[in-house]
Design a protein around this ligand. Structure first.
Ligand code: PMP
Length: 351
């Protein structure tokens, strides 16, 4: 460790993101990006902003975007927080809401950024095992005065928790903040945003990276009770009072204005998911039910690590986690018809 570092830096175990390869001819099914580009209205709005306006600082409150999100979900702007990707929103939420609470509970198989933020902020993270079939049992999350976080649908499994079960948990955990990370909700679930008026301990986090095809723009948001949102604003303003640049604000507002495009492109992913699952099953894979834009699959006769390496040799990248319980699984993003066909063709060559 460098002698000039603060001691805590030596203890951090940073998050390792999925590979972002330089070669554009690879079929990239490893980081759950949308196979289609964003709405043309998003591009237009960004182009319109590209000019003299860049001289000026953006609106620190990103009020136009908060208004667009509030209108879209039928909430008030005071119930909306925006940030640079949902990773940043999650970071502020962990800092603002989970420090010094009792243990923060999350599933043993879940988004691997949660333990990273626990390490960064000195939060005691405690994992709760998922059921044998990877479903989340809400009854295992009953604890007073603590914190709870999980993605819905979960990542990397894709399994969805019905909204009624989230409400069951909220009713029995009024002392704990429940953070539902809905990065993938638009591909098959019902958002919990409708519950925020009734449960002041619920924070719902979403992103424009997946269903709105804007991973490169870095926009995420949270919706919750004004009290929770105020805590996030305080933390944000203590780190960075301009979370979103002018291009991100303009593009994100336009994304919420093009509902027809959103519906079409999200439906396309849902249709492709069905075809991908069928194709994988034909090749002998067992595929978990997925409500996300990826599938989680294992082959009973072939090692996942070997399959991932073989696919890579044929120009297709998928995600393999060297992690207990899921070492035999591949997480495969749902691509376009052509990308999914390339994956299945490559599998044909290596199985
Ligand atoms: N939550 C989950 C469950 C995710 O899988 C991801 C994507 N890696 C994120 C949040 C963060 O997405 P972004 O920062 O692009 O909004």
């Amino acid at each position: 460790m460098n002698p000039y570092w603060s001691p805590v830096v030596g203890t951090l175990v940073p998050y390792v993101p999925g590979e972002q390869p330089k070669l554009s001819n690879l079929v990239k099914l490893n980081t759950n990006e949308h196979p289609c580009g964003p709405s043309p209205r998003v591009i237009e709005a960004i182009q319109h902003e590209l000019g003299d306006a860049l001289r000026l600082y953006p609106d620190p409150g990103a009020e136009r975007l908060k208004q667009a999100i509030a209108d879209y979900y039928g909430v008030r702007t005071q119930q909306v927080f925006v940030g640079n990707g949902s990773d940043e929103v999650l970071a502020h939420a962990f800092f603002a809401l989970f420090q010094h609470s009792r243990p923060l509970l999350f599933p043993d198989v879940t988004y691997s950024f949660y333990p990273v933020y626990c390490g960064l902020y000195g939060i005691e993270g405690r994992t709760v095992p998922l059921a044998e079939d990877f479903s989340l049992r809400v009854a295992d999350y009953l604890q007073p005065n603590g914190g709870i976080v999980f993605p819905n649908p979960n990542a990397p499994t894709g399994r969805l928790l019905p909204l009624a079960e989230i409400e069951w948990l909220l009713q029995r955990n009024r002392d704990s903040v429940v953070l539902v990370d809905e990065a993938y909700i638009d591909f098959g679930g019902e958002t919990a945003i409708g519950l925020v008026d009734r449960y002041p301990n619920l924070l719902v986090v979403q992103t424009l990276s997946k269903s709105r095809s804007l991973a490169g723009l870095r926009v995420g948001f949270a919706v919750g009770d004004g009290g929770l949102i105020e805590a996030l604003e305080r933390v944000k303003n203590s780190f960075n009072s301009y979370p979103l640049d002018r291009l991100a604000i303009a593009g994100a507002v336009a994304a919420f204005e093009d509902e027809a495009y959103f519906e079409r492109s999200r439906q396309m992913v849902i249709d492709e998911r069905r075809a991908l699952v069928a194709g994988l099953e034909e090749h002998g894979f067992e595929v978990l039910p997925s409500a996300a834009n990826f599938v989680f699959a294992r082959h009973p006769q072939h090692e996942a690590a070997r399959l991932a390496a073989g696919l890579r040799e044929h120009g297709v990248i998928v995600r393999h986690f060297r992690q207990p319980r899921i070492e035999q699984y591949l997480r495969i993003s749902v691509g376009s018809t052509q990308q999914n066909a390339a994956l299945l063709n490559a599998l044909e060559l290596i199985l």
